[in-house]
Design a protein around this ligand. Structure first.
Ligand SMILES: *Cc1c(COP(=O)(O)O)cnc(C)c1O
Length: 433
């Protein structure tokens, strides 16, 4: 198929290509993208939309940023890829040292992988190997909370919300981990000690078996887009220390400034033992992820049987991905990202407030550059995207949630356009019936 017309392109796509969580019998409408720059996505049909999704948290600097594009060009000319077994290169070392420098205190070692889900697999494996290395053979389970999302691979699926985690159909073949209640107190709500009792009890009851607690700090993303109290995280850190349990923070969605802090765990001023990064790591240019851990974990794994960490992806530390990630992190640190995120937060708070009174709306919440309008019933996904595109905005709601996490470079005027479209659609939303 050479030079297909737009109609042919869409038809082939409909019939042959899977999209995320899609059906090939009743495929959702998809829009063909020609190019994108800044916060604007140009569609093949000539329309332009303002991007309010940052391509799922990742495109924090906007599309086709001159510095990121140049960094990638430079790297592809020098070295596009080389195996990481027995070889290393500047992009990996420079990115690794930068990430360790900016990471929460105590995280000194880093494992590169290709995607967030794999970074979670690596974190789980590290926690199991850590206890294996010490002969604690009973510590083979993870503790997590309901409402979480950690990815689509088997290890990651097993710690997603067991009901809403989109993986219910695989329950019988997944490792059975231990689940505590979803953190119940919102980020800005009054803290209540009783909100911690369930996880405390659950850990105490299962402590012999628990290798690690894995959680998304402050923001539960794809599992429901909710923001919980910092005190929960502080108490969780103490609880894990008391019970000699590792603590894994999945910062794949929240990392690199999204909540207003460089990492969401800084909201509570606590550090994990293992941390997963992905999504915005390369500014959305390429797929790359990293799992960081403490000296103690790295050295315990490495000094005991089997003496090595058992993981090694083919495309580990791909030089192009590392080079563009390094440029993206530097660009972020040099940019006024804090004030950009604060402006987005203020604009979303003020603008989305109008949705609160609408009959279809259950809740409105904003944290950093994340805005969520939760409806009372699920939206018709097949109709809602077109409604937003017609209003010049790219948004991809799921279930009952209309949510935005724009590139940090979005202008207030563009964000107002996004907010206006949300208000318009949510006033009379296309619901599933
Ligand atoms: C997206 C996401 C993942 C999975 O990352 P992929 O790159 O899609 O594999 C894991 N954890 C969290 C919190 C995420 O948001």
């Amino acid at each position: 198929m050479t030079h297909p017309t737009l109609a042919e392109l869409l038809e082939f796509d409909r019939q042959h290509l899977w999209h995320p969580y899609s059906s090939l019998v009743n495929p959702p409408p998809v829009f063909a993208v020609k190019s994108a720059s800044g916060t604007t996505i140009q569609l093949e049909d000539g329309r332009e939309v303002v991007d309010a999704m940052a391509s799922w948290w990742s495109v924090i600097h906007g599309y086709n940023h001159p510095r990121l594009t140049a960094a990638l060009h430079k790297q592809v000319d020098a070295l596009a890829h080389v195996m990481f077994g027995g070889l290393t290169h500047r992009p990996a070392v420079e990115l690794g040292s930068k990430l360790i420098e900016i990471a929460p205190p105590g995280l000194e070692h880093l494992f590169f992988s290709d995607s967030g889900s794999v970074a979670v697999e690596v974190a789980i494996k590290q926690s199991l190997q850590y206890w294996h290395a010490q002969g604690a053979s009973r510590k083979r389970k993870l503790l997590t909370v309901c409402g979480g999302y950690h990815g689509d691979t088997f290890g990651a699926m097993a710690v997603c919300d067991p009901v809403n985690g989109m993986h219910g159909l695989f329950t019988d073949v997944l490792t059975k981990h231990v689940f505590a209640d979803k953190p119940a107190i919102g980020f800005r709500e009054q803290w209540d000690e009783s909100a911690f009792e369930n996880i405390e009890q659950t850990l105490e009851n299962n402590r012999e078996e628990i290798a690690a607690v894995i959680i998304e700090p402050i923001v539960q993303g794809a599992g429901g887009m909710s923001f919980y109290h910092t005190e929960y995280l502080r108490k969780l850190r103490r609880l894990c220390d008391e019970h000699d349990t590792l603590l894994i923070f999945d910062e794949i969605a929240t990392g690199f400034g999204r909540t207003g802090k460089l990492f969401a765990c800084e909201q509570a001023a606590v550090s994990p033992d293992i941390m997963c990064l992905g999504k915005a790591l390369t500014g959305g240019y390429m797929s790359l992820a990293a799992t960081l851990c403490t000296h103690k974990i790295a050295h315990t794994i490495s000094s005991n049987e089997p003496g090595v960490f058992m993981h090694g992806p083919t495309f580990m530390a791909n030089p192009m991905a590392c080079a563009v990630a390094l440029e993206s992190v530097n660009l972020l640190l040099e940019s006024p990202w804090k004030s950009a995120v604060a402006t987005i937060e203020a604009t979303l708070k003020k603008g989305l407030e109008r949705c609160r009174e609408m009959p279809a709306v259950k809740d409105v919440r904003v944290l950093g550059a994340i805005g969520v309008v939760e409806l009372r019933s699920p939206l018709d996904m097949h109709r809602v995207s077109e409604m937003f595109v017609q209003r010049g905005v790219w948004l991809r709601p799921f279930g009952k949630l209309v949510y935005v996490m724009p590139p940090y470079v979005i202008t207030t005027q563009e964000l107002q356009k996004v907010i206006a479209a949300i208000i318009d659609v949510v006033a009379d939303p296309p619901l599933l019936n």
